[in-house]
Design a protein around this ligand. Sequence first.
Ligand SMILES: [Zn+2]
Length: 326
Amino acid sequence: MFPTHRPRRLRQHPQLRRMVQETLVTQADLIYPLFAVPGDQVAKEVSSMPGVYQLSIDKIVEEAKEVYDLGIPAIILFGIPDEKDTDATGAWHDCGIVQKATTAVKEAVPDLMVIVDTCLCEYTSHGHCGYLEVGDLSGRVLNDPTLELLKKTAVAQANAGADIIAPSGMMDGFVQAIRAGLDESGFEDLPILSYAAKYASAYYGPFRDAAESAPQFGDRRTYQMDPANGTEALKEIELDIAEGADMLMVKPALAYMDIIWRVKQATNLPVAAYNVSGEYAMVKAAALNGWIDEQKVVMETMTSFKRSGADLILTYHAKDVARWLG
Ligand SMILES: [Zn+2]
């Protein structure tokens, strides 16, 4: 007795395989991260992230045009300021690097969506995501005073022309605080993409080289989530939804596809996955050694993010993926 069902029947021809393919990756799924630094004509490659650069604003604008021409709808901006201090002045000042970069990109490429990362760790002298008690070396960020700074930062970013505000510091109540700040300033139509489930992950290592944001002492485990916890992610997203988040993010992505899946099942909001620096660096290192087929591995990974429920993918591979999609 042969089996009645032979799943291989539908795999016999490339066109047939195309017809039954369940998951598609398109350019519209992609968000490309960029790092803005002061200066002119600066393009400094991040040693642990081949192909990723710290760019001065003139170069960010060139990059933004290229990204837009490739059909990618959005970038997310991170900033590295000239000076850092305990008040994270560079984050919320009108002349902050991200604010200036945002305005420049919106002038040059108005139809490219500019997402701004709203956090303080790139701007604080200690590298933590908010205020610390003076002399506290544990890294226990003071939650509520930090909310005020985040609110100020988001409003400054909105004033600069940002299209989407993306708070990433995992402070309790940060979506509500930012929503209130935006609404009070007349930005009630500006969406919030919340880093809702962000884990204290070792996969962020190369990003901290890129953003020069490694904590000077302590770690981020009093605010970012424990990688061991999945159900807690659902609590975090529930709170962010209640506070007014328009889109939710899971970060990192590769080791957290179960979380992407659970979040997608639990919400009707769009879900973004952040394919982080360490995930990128591993692929690049293996590809540069000739150990893997970079294009096939990256495309398989992107498809898997979408299959696991991601609607959007923040990735350093975005330009390559867009080119490969043709
Ligand atoms: Zn941060």
